[in-house]
Design a protein around this ligand. Structure first.
Ligand code: 5GP
Length: 176
């Protein structure tokens, strides 16, 4: 990959505005439900989770879960649990916070894992959704932006660990 910065797909100001809207919507939906547990999916969701969680106006707790795919580079593969949530989420309302939903396999797998912990409810939130790449139908309750079937980086997302901390979402052309 070249050293040039990836072209902008979603500018920083648009992300900021949309994250604020999502936070408002989630805050309204959970206003009378007590503490909400946000579960960030590592690594890609760490920046989105940080920004979203700080804009909520309701009591919230933060957990993380980590998965990896047996595929390499930009290719999707079988999903495997790397780190489960550490806190007890039994009886609690949880929202899974993802960076991107592509085929839907990862989110489908995560819902199964988290259901086994007995939460009161599970909803899903993703910053980006590649609707045209869907292989497994999963209900997504909160979506930041719909994008095309292209590889994106920045705001937590990487390509081979590069460009994860770009302040905007850019697109790159994977070489694998
Ligand atoms: P899935 O195909 O299971 O919905 O998505 C699997 C995972 O692939 C996502 O959680 C994300 O980590 C990664 N992924 C899918 N599309 C992209 C993309 O365009 N950019 C980056 N950086 N990661 C992606």
């Amino acid at each position: 990959m070249s050293d040039a910065l990836p072209p902008v797909l979603i500018p920083e100001s648009d992300i900021e505005a949309r994250v604020a809207e999502l936070a408002q919507q989630i805050s309204a939906d959970y206003a009378d439900k007590g503490e909400l547990v946000l579960i960030g999916v590592l690594k890609g969701a760490f920046i989105f989770l940080a920004d979203l969680s700080r804009q909520l106006s309701i009591p919230r707790a933060i957990e993380f879960i980590a998965v990896s795919s047996y595929g390499s580079g930009s290719k999707s593969g079988a999903v495997r649990l790397v780190m489960d949530v550490r806190g007890n989420i039994e009886g609690k309302h949880v929202v899974i916070v993802e960076d991107i939903v592509d085929t839907g396999n990862t989110l489908h797998y995560l819902i199964g894992i988290l259901e086994s912990h007995g939460p009161a409810s599970i909803k899903t939130c993703t910053l980006l959704h590649k609707a045209s790449a869907t292989e497994v139908e999963v209900d997504i309750d909160y979506v930041g932006f719909a994008i095309g079937d292209e590889w994106v980086v920045g705001y937590g997302l990487d390509y081979a660990e590069q460009n994860r901390t770009l302040p905007y979402i850019g697109n790159v052309t994977p070489t694998d």
